[in-house]
Design a protein around this ligand. Structure first.
Ligand code: NAD
Ligand code: WQD
Length: 337
């Protein structure tokens, strides 16, 4: 099967391409490179022995997307392309809605024209409303608090409406919790631009000496150690979740929604200690005030994905840290080194 992977030059998309190739699929990457790296193509080839076709294009370029769907006889689409920085989305809402919502609309319309009817979409746990009622399941209340989160929820609703309008569509939204980790080869991983917003890449840059110390945002949350609790999922498990979703959804019409998480909550201090073990250092850190907009604790109920897709996480916290450290220490400056 030929799979169009939008955003396939990014962190999760590129590693999913490796797993797609290993499973016998042929990924075709379309990426604007707004946050992706062409170097991933060499790394994918190094790991899998196959170099995916790469098209540098914006998913909002309808004519180009139609052409790619036709030329490469695409059977299904995994749609990773999107902007993902929560803070930036608050400052630049129009840019976020245009890229994430308009981008998805253009893609769906191009698919309709060509008759490609299977779409797997990168959604996020950030669509859920704030609640103390854990774990979050697919029916938990929705209430995204940022333009980024709302853009994901808008697209999920569009997928539902399109699936309801025409029974030949198969639309799947995957709500990722907190993706971390790297390919175990150490050749591919997360390579954020500038100062990392997220915990794991920040810790990894402290470990490699690029940042002096981790600032822990908040120590007085109502959690066992007072620091924020999240559901971290190894990016390899996340990639495998896409394969499971693709196998399930292709040829099965309707609108499907699944959490992809581990089901386990871990604190900032848990993550710091595990990473310290993986890299053999005590990592410098200091406590700082809570970060605006942060929730105390949330984690997934991943039971639906296990029941329906036959998927659940396989990789441990230790693997998340060891693989990140392997990637970061081999590529201290990321793909540009
Ligand atoms: P990433 O930024 O590394 O990858 C996204 C890729 O999409 C980049 O390569 C970027 O160049 C490309 N892109 C963006 N807009 C585009 C456009 N209009 N046309 C073509 N290409 C475009 O991010 P990631 O962490 O790999 O995330 C992938 C997807 O998963 C995103 O949609 C993100 O919102 C979603 N997601 C990520 C996380 C996370 O914590 N990383 C959590 C939940 C959901
Ligand atoms: C995790 C914990 C922080 C950095 C974000 C998005 C979400 C999703 C994943 C896309 C929190 C703490 C962090 C630091 C810290 N992305 N922390 N010091 O906030 O759960 O989710 O990324 O969909 O939409 O909001 O992840 O990694 O930023 O934070 O103490 O330097 O680490 O306060 O408790 P978050 P994160």
């Amino acid at each position: 099967m030929n799979i169009l992977v939008t955003g396939g030059a990014g962190y999760i998309g590129s590693i999913t391409c490796v797993q797609l190739i290993a499973a016998g699929y042929r990924p075709v990457i379309l990426d604007s490179l707004v946050n992706g790296k062409v170097a991933v193509l060499d790394r994918i080839e190094q790991i899998s022995g196959q170099r995916p076709v790469f098209i540098e294009a914006d998913v909002r370029d309808r004519a180009r997307v139609v052409q790619v769907l036709r030329e490469h006889a695409i059977d299904a689409v995994i749609h990773f392309a999107g902007l993902k920085a929560v803070g930036e989305s608050v400052a630049q809402p129009v840019r976020y809605y245009d890229n994430n919502v308009q981008g998805s609309l253009v893609l769906i319309d191009a698919m309709r024209e060509v008759g490609v009817k299977t779409l797997v979409f990168s959604s996020s746990a950030t669509v859920y409303a704030e609640t103390q009622d854990m774990p979050l399941h697919e029916g938990s209340p929705i209430g995204a608090t940022s333009p980024y989160g709302r853009s994901k929820w808008m697209v999920e609703q569009i997928l539902g409406d399109v699936a309801a309008s025409d029974p030949s569509w198969s639309m799947t939204a995957l709500r990722y919790f907190n993706p971390v980790g790297a390919h175990p080869s150490g050749l591919m991983g997360e390579d954020p631009q500038g100062i990392p917003n997220n915990l794991m890449p920040f810790i990894a840059q402290v470990a490699v000496g690029r940042r002096p110390s981790l600032r822990i945002f908040g120590r007085d949350y109502p959690t066992p150690d007072g620091t924020g609790v999240r559901d971290y999922i190894h990016v390899m498990d996340l990639a495998d979740g896409h394969l499971a979703a693709l196998r399930y959804a292709h040829g099965r019409a309707g609108h499907h929604v699944f959490n992809l998480g581990s089901g386990q909550g871990l604190s900032v201090l848990d993550m710091l200690a595990a990473f310290g073990q993986a890299c053999g250092q005590t990592l410098p850190h200091e406590f700082a005030p809570r970060r605006a907009g942060d929730l105390a604790a949330f984690w997934a109920d991943p039971a639906l994905a296990e029941k329906v897709l036959g998927w659940r996480v396989q990789r441990s916290l230790q693997a998340m840290c060891t693989d990140t450290w392997h990637w970061q220490s081999n590529n201290p400056k990321g793909y540009d080194a």
